[in-house]
Design a protein around this ligand. Structure first.
Ligand code: ZN
Length: 87
């Protein structure tokens, strides 16, 4: 999977940082920092999980007012639809 380094969301450029955590000390797979314009994604997830996490963080960047549960469900559903398109 290609590791993109930047994405532009609603005209705002975000850095994408891919972090390694071999000892599993970090308790999140992704994180979006609106103030610093940084999205962090865990390395080593499956392709589908990486997509879900990236979609999830992109939703946070788009819509800061959404509840976490809405972002979780929407990211999973959207990844599933996109995955079906690629079969
Ligand atoms: Zn979230």
């Amino acid at each position: 999977m290609k590791k993109i380094r930047t994405i532009t969301l609603r005209g705002v450029k975000y850095k994408v940082l891919w972090f390694k955590d071999p000892d599993k000390l970090i308790d999140f797979d992704g994180r979006c920092n609106k103030q610093d314009k940084i999205i962090e994604i865990r390395c080593g997830l499956s392709a589908r999980d990486t997509n879900v996490v990236l979609i999830h963080e992109i939703f946070h960047a788009f819509f800061w007012d959404l509840d976490e549960s809405v972002v979780v469900d929407t990211a999973i559903d959207l990844e599933r639809v996109l995955n079906q398109l690629n079969k």
